[in-house]
Design a protein around this ligand. Sequence first.
Ligand code: UT7
Length: 323
Amino acid sequence: MTLRAVVRGVGHYLPDRVVPNSFFEETLDTTHDWIVSRSGIERRHFAAEGQTTSDLATRAAQAALTHAGMSADEIDTIIVATSTSDLTFPSTATMVQNNLGMIHGYAFDIQAVCAGFVYALANANALIVSGQAKRVLVIGAETFSRIMDWTDRSTCVLFGDGAGALILEGQDGAGTPADRGILSTDLNSDGRYRDLLYVDGGVSTQTTGRLRMEGKEVFRHAVEKLAETAHTALAKVGLGADDVDWVVPHQANIRIIQSTAKKLGVGMDRVVVTVQDHGNTSAASIPLALSVGVQNGQIKQGDLVVTEAIGGGLAWGSVVLRW
Ligand code: UT7
């Protein structure tokens, strides 16, 4: 028998404020048509004043608990993937723990920018299969609207706020790819590319900073590295593109999503796409897409799901799981 990290529930939360592309036409030299044609984004959500990443994360966590029919008492670990934590410390995860009324277990954050949720899933899986956790609440939550340079049309039109959450539980499997749960993971980073996507401030430099991106270069790396990491993760368990029911990619740009699907050999009818409604929500984008995919009847129990993401670092990776 093989211990597997199996999905018990999923949920998401999006702030009420929906911002259409036309919002940016008022202050920048840009158009709705440019944004749609170059990125696929039509609208995004922005958090309200005073609404923080832990608030969004808590709402997503509550939705996932409701979906699983579980209470916070049954969770023993919380991992929050975020690059936009409320405070420098404590972790956003301990704030969520407190908001959920959980006074047991342990909680911590993971920071791998847009690849954060993939990293968090891999870590949750490691904790479960090594017996250090039974039920892990894995959350991706971001308020990227707080680190935008509103004068930079090449970045501020691309990002949004939101949160998604997954509950993973240790269950016995047969040790075959037919098992439910996480089947394989593949994580990578290469710090030589730090200047392609970063925030030009932080605690140690005594500034808050704003997001900076060499979009074209990140695009080039994304198309090359995303299909590769997904192939690698699938090959680890002897699976290929034909076995995949759903690709749930990081939602940064529809053209990256399409190119990666093509390279993978998976038709767009097997890809969950939410970028038009959410923009790029960094670590929140994959759990948001998983939750929307389940809600609208695309992803069903037993489906083989491949997630893949790339972002600042560069950091990238993929997780293969059977829903
Ligand atoms: O989540 C982490 C991963 N991030 C990503 O995956 C993002 C990757 N990159 C991208 O998605 C794309 O590179 C962008 C959407 C950022 C840009 O698309 P592009 O096709 O690579 O455009 P570009 O950067 O080559 O810009 C083309 C032109 C430029 O004008 P010139 O130099 O050709 O005269 C830009 O100044 O478009 C201009 N431009 C804009 N025009 C209207 C840049 N932003 C805008 C804008 N509206 N918002």
